[in-house]
Ligand binder design. Structure first.
Ligand code: ADP
Length: 412
């Protein structure tokens, strides 16, 4: 049976542009498709200026917008990255499906940007860490096109930090944002399972790790670079070096948000993160119990000491909805919210204990958590949507506070 990727390749064979000798399929380097989120990487030297690249991307969108729904798949969004001979992204086109495309009916809204030509960012020494095989020192700064870096941390393990990081990433991507997800939990990477990456190969192109495009998100994890059955024992400097490599030697392209799933606790990686990246802020995940709160308070203090703004606290496993439809406060619902209030931190929302959430995470299908039919009723999806909305608001406020954007006033 033809896969969606085969269909996409086939459709692109029929897409031509005056500047290209052959079809768009001939310059296609890489295609990824998941639940209607399609991403293409094109190396097309013939398309010499941004207008011709924009036209080619729009033609691909128009053709896919008709052909994919006919083949039984919607087209929810299309990201076309144009790369040069070294694999560096020179232009990114983000397109919504056109009218009549059957993928949401949005107006064609091409959003283009040309990657800024940033100076080489030579990373400082990795402190005893050997480079991951096949990787070279990066030349252009791969973080130049990333607008917001958000770290997701927790005081202790097992509170659902990775689950929340994945949910935020997928939730933001569902709203049309370009999102990256970095598994910084180098001691216990969960992303290979939670995103269903097991069968995927880690690709290195021009010395840069190519993120996996899954569920509309660009994801990278150390779990795909090391033996999954061996325990990951990192000394401080090695952890520092491995994390820096993941961040700096991944071809992120253009992103609105990069979500970083941190290791639990307050260790070396958090310090590296603060030193390496310009963060918009951090999210702290906590369960309602007192013991979890105490650790979360320590995590909040650490972020504050590192001058990383805490965007808010998430109370995970807040309550449980039984078969009788009643809500049970197993761990003491509201505990994390009270803690957030006590510390003067924003509260981002509460997520219930939900069996479908656990099952969808284990099977690598996080998008199902946003569908009430596949997540045991509407409570989970509503709570996740509300979390994403609140985070978007907190990011906007933090951006204003940090002087990265100016308020706008529209009078009509
Ligand atoms: P951490 O990253 O904090 O170690 P994980 O996100 O890996 O925690 O979650 C630990 C386990 O708990 C996973 O099996 C996950 O599916 C499950 N889990 C997390 N949050 C919930 C929830 N709200 N309801 C049910 N299971 C959950």
């Amino acid at each position: 049976m033809a896969t969606t990727k085969d269909t996409i390749r086939e459709v692109l064979r029929g897409v031509h542009s005056p500047e290209l000798a052959g079809s768009v399929a001939d310059v296609l380097e890489w295609v990824s498709a998941c639940d209607g989120f399609v991403s293409l990487k094109l190396h097309a030297p013939g398309l010499g200026d941004s207008d011709s690249r924009r036209r080619a991307a729009a033609a691909a969108r128009d053709a896919l917008g008709i052909a994919l729904p006919e083949a039984g798949e919607p087209l929810r969004s299309l990201i076309v990255e144009f790369v040069d001979h070294a694999g560096t992204v020179i232009q990114t086109e983000r397109l919504s499906p056109g009218k009549g495309a059957g993928g949401g009916g949005a107006e064609p809204a091409p959003k283009a940007s040309t990657a800024p030509a940033s100076p080489a960012a030579a990373p400082p020494g990795g402190g005893g860490h050997r480079p991951i095989g096949g990787l070279q020192e990066p030349t252009p700064n791969p973080m130049a096109g990333v607008r917001h870096v958000i770290a997701v941390g927790a005081g202790k393990g097992g509170v659902g930090k990775s689950t929340i990081a994945v949910s935020l990433a997928v939730g933001l991507a569902r709203r049309g944002h370009a999102v990256g997800l970095l598994d910084g939990d180098i001691y216990g990477p969960s992303l290979p399972t939670m995103l269903g990456l097991d069968a995927m190969e880690q690709i290195v192109m021009a010395g840069m790790l190519q993120p996996h495009l899954v569920h509309g998100v660009k994801a990278i994890t150390i779990g795909k670079l090391v033996d999954p059955d061996k325990p990951l024992i990192w000394r401080g400097p090695m952890a520092h070096g491995a994390f820096k490599q993941l961040v700096e030697q991944t071809a992120w392209g253009e992103l609105d948000y990069l979500i970083v799933d941190l290791p639990p606790g307050t260790g070396d990686v958090c310090l590296t993160l603060a030193q390496t990246l310009q963060l918009t802020g951090a999210v702290i995940v906590c369960t309602p119990q007192k013991v979890a709160q105490d650790d979360a308070v320590r995590a909040a203090r650490m972020f504050q000491q590192l001058r990383i703004e805490v965007l808010g606290v998430v109370e995970n496993m807040s309550y449980f909805i039984g078969d009788d439809g009643r809500e049970y406060d197993i761990f003491g619902r509201g505990g994390a919210e009270v803690m957030a209030q006590r510390l003067g931190l924003p509260f981002l929302g509460a997520v219930p204990i939900n069996m479908a959430l656990r099952a969808n995470c284990d099977s690598g299908e996080p998008l199902k958590n946003f569908d009430p039919r596949q997540s045991g009723g509407g409570a989970l999806s509503a709570s996740l949507e509300s979390l994403v909305t609140t985070l978007e608001g907190q990011v906007a406020l933090a951006t204003l506070r940090q002087g990265k954007s100016k308020p706008t006033l529209t009078i009509s």
